[in-house]
Design a protein around this ligand. Structure first.
Ligand SMILES: [Zn+2]
Length: 113
């Protein structure tokens, strides 16, 4: 039984960090990794370290120097790297297709899947 990164499109099984216990914060993670806020996660679900910036870790220095066996995430860290493209992040600058003119892509903060 291996754990696997919960980020959509990522299949990493190493360097996983558990989801936060705090529900709101957990929803935020779910949203940014492309699963949707209401997604049910198995208790062992995690997100691999690839999705966190270096300053998301509380002890990166110690870890890299070999003093710490395990990387610790800061309590406020949110995955930001290597994430699936979220619809809400599509820039309005993209040249619109002629046929698409006037078509609004309505995107809300709600999970509307
Ligand atoms: Zn991952």
């Amino acid at each position: 039984m291996g754990r696997k990164c919960s980020v959509v499109g990522c299949h990493s099984t190493v360097g996983l960090h558990y989801f936060p216990q705090d529900l709101d914060f957990r929803r935020q993670w779910l949203r940014v990794i492309g699963l949707g806020e209401s997604c049910e996660l198995p208790p062992y679900a995690g997100v691999c370290k690839k999705h966190f910036t270096r300053d998301s870790f509380a002890n990166l220095m110690e870890f890299e120097l070999g003093f710490a066996k395990k990387l610790l995430l800061k309590s406020e860290a949110v995955p930001t790297l290597g994430l699936p493209q979220l619809r809400k992040e599509l820039p309005a600058l993209l040249p619109s297709q002629p046929g698409d003119f006037g078509r609004q892509s309505e995107v809300s903060e709600q999970n509307n899947d």
